[in-house]
Design a protein around this ligand. Structure first.
Ligand code: IMP
Length: 192
């Protein structure tokens, strides 16, 4: 029996595997320059940055990004869910918290895609309240069409201007398609 191919459900590829790989490398370089003074030191000023990946979408991106850094980094994972009127989330709920405290740490939130901005706005507020030394945001995709919360995104991989629902490279539709190596748009017949 032939295996089902998830590629067959994709209408178009927006960012290919090669394009993503190149952009992730560029982002890692840019971030490494900004945090060039971080090392292994016990000195709080020189502690490695803490990457915080948002489950589950950012897993693939964070894993690739982290491996492109020349400097040591630590990472942790957090999980949130948003609920609202179906399409537009209005509140964010913490599902799984960080494993360790972040006071005094330089935190870099790693996200797959920012849409309305509710998730990042909630996390930035929450991390500032926990006395992180700094909180920056790195998102592979910045989907600007439906932004509701004005937020600063420090590092952006790709700016998506159209209001498209994308899948792949960690991003899902109904928990599927996360393992596609590229980012694309689903054929409408596979959207319920
Ligand atoms: P926000 O709070 O509206 O910015 O939502 C961000 C989260 O919504 C992301 O972490 C994704 O999990 C999800 N999301 C938003 N747009 C897309 C998309 O086009 N594809 C897959 N997930 C998306």
């Amino acid at each position: 029996m032939k295996p089902s191919r998830i590629e067959d459900r994709i209408a178009c590829v927006l960012y290919s595997e090669e394009v993503i790989k190149r952009r992730v490398g560029e982002l890692a370089k840019e971030i490494a320059i900004d945090y060039a003074d971080r090392g292994f030191g016990k000195d709080p000023e020189r502690r490695p940055i803490l990457l915080v990946g948002i489950l589950r979408g950012a897993l693939v991106f964070m894993s690739d990004l982290a491996r492109r850094f020349p400097m040591p980094v630590e990472y942790d994972l957090i999980s949130v869910s948003s609920y609202g009127n179906g399409t537009a989330p209005s509140a964010v709920r913490l599902v799984k918290d960080l494993e360790r405290p972040i006071d005094g740490r330089d935190v870099l939130i790693v996200e797959d895609i920012i849409d309305t901005g509710f998730t990042i706005e909630y996390l930035k507020r929450s991390f500032a309240a926990r006395n992180a030394a700094s909180v920056r945001v790195c998102s592979l995709v910045d989907k600007i069409a439906r932004r509701e919360k004005p937020i600063d995104i420090d590092y952006v991989g790709f700016t998506l201007e159209e209001d498209a629902f994308v899948v792949g490279y960690g991003m899902d539709y109904a928990e599927l398609y996360r393992n596609l190596p590229f980012i694309g748009v689903l054929k409408t017949e596979f959207i319920r």
